[in-house]
Ligand binder design. Structure first.
Ligand code: FAD
Length: 282
């Protein structure tokens, strides 16, 4: 089923996984998917390495989640290092397992990538959206950034680029994770004014390790409220877990009450925190 049809029929709950690099981590992901399947997700998604480094593993996990677990699944697909031929070979694998859902992304240039490998065919995610629309019948999601994208700090420009993705065929967007709901609410207002009418699903992540989150958010320009940082810093694993879950429950409750079209959980391949949040939310 196409994810846009699900989104148009209800408010969605979805989970994001990444293809594990090591064998030991595979069994963790199997357990995570089994645990989270109980919550009857509307769809799950599997990430993709920006230089195409995870193509095989991403496709394999897409197949497993769809066929072994019977879940509706969306593949993240980046284009920063791709040619049309590469994209076509990936999409034909998706077609062969009946997956019609793609999150069309540019990706970040990996530090070890040779500049010559940067795609000349796909400079931005909008180029991929256009290509997918022309070459198949997919439900296309795209990324968006309530606090702005690190490369384009001018929000009006950022909205122009998002609108272009919509105009070229994107059906819906999923946000970068955020911890301050006001950024999301303000972003929705700006999108409406800019004529961006596609559903915008909120990306959320319960914090279980504050130092890891600070490192990541500094790289992508997402604010972590100083109150959470000071509450969590110096705490042990268990205390940090329960503070992170409490915060995420409150955040999701407010989003749900505000009428959010969907909640997309960045699970980091662990089920614990997302499970706790969902048990308390519904
Ligand atoms: P784009 O939409 O191409 O935007 C990139 C930058 O270029 C933005 O600053 C934009 O404003 C600017 N821009 C766009 N069009 C133009 C134009 N015509 N002229 C000038 N500037 C322009 N990364 C991965 O490697 N793998 C994943 O699986 C993955 N999954 C993600 C899932 C979600 C929900 C999100 C939010 C991000 C994900 N990312 C992933 C990260 C993403 O690849 C990076 O944030 C990347 O830097 C931008 O990708 P994009 O698709 O938003 O790019």
């Amino acid at each position: 089923m196409k994810i846009i049809d699900i989104i148009n029929s209800k408010r969605t709950i979805s989970f994001e996984f990444f293809p594990p690099k090591k064998e030991e981590a595979e069994s963790v992901l199997f357990d995570t998917i089994s645990q989270l399947k109980k919550f009857d997700p509307d769809f799950v998604s599997v990430t993709y390495g920006a230089g195409g480094s995870t193509t095989e593993k991403t496709v394999e996990w897409i197949r497993r989640t769809r066929i072994d677990y019977g879940l509706e699944v969306m593949m993240h697909l980046t284009c920063i290092a791709a040619t049309g031929e590469v994209i076509e070979s990936v999409t034909s694998e998706l077609d062969s397992i009946g997956v019609k859902n793609i999150l069309a992304l540019r990706g970040d240039i990996p530090q070890d990538m040779n500049p010559e490998d940067i795609s000349r065919e796909f400079e931005y995610a909008s180029d991929l959206v256009k290509f997918l629309k022309k070459n198949g019948d997919y439900s296309i999601g795209v990324a968006c950034y309530p606090e702005g994208h690190i490369q384009t700090r001018n929000i009006d420009k950022e909205l122009e680029h998002l609108k272009l993705k919509q105009d070229l065929g994107a059906d819906f967007a999923i946000t970068q994770l955020f911890f301050v709901n006001d950024y999301y609410y303000r972003f929705l207002e700006k999108c409406e004014k800019a004529g961006i009418t596609m559903p915008i699903i909120a990306g959320v992540m319960p914090i279980t390790n504050i130092s890891q989150v600070i490192r990541f958010t500094q790289m992508c320009g997402v604010e972590v409220p100083s109150a959470i940082i000071s509450e969590m810093e110096g705490k042990g694993e268990d205390d940090m877990f329960s503070l992170g879950v409490d915060y995420a429950v409150k955040q999701c409750e407010c989003l749900w009450k505000s009428g959010v079209r969907g909640l997309h959980f960045y699970t980091l391949n662990r089920s614990g925190a997302t499970e706790e949040v969902l048990k308390r939310l519904f």
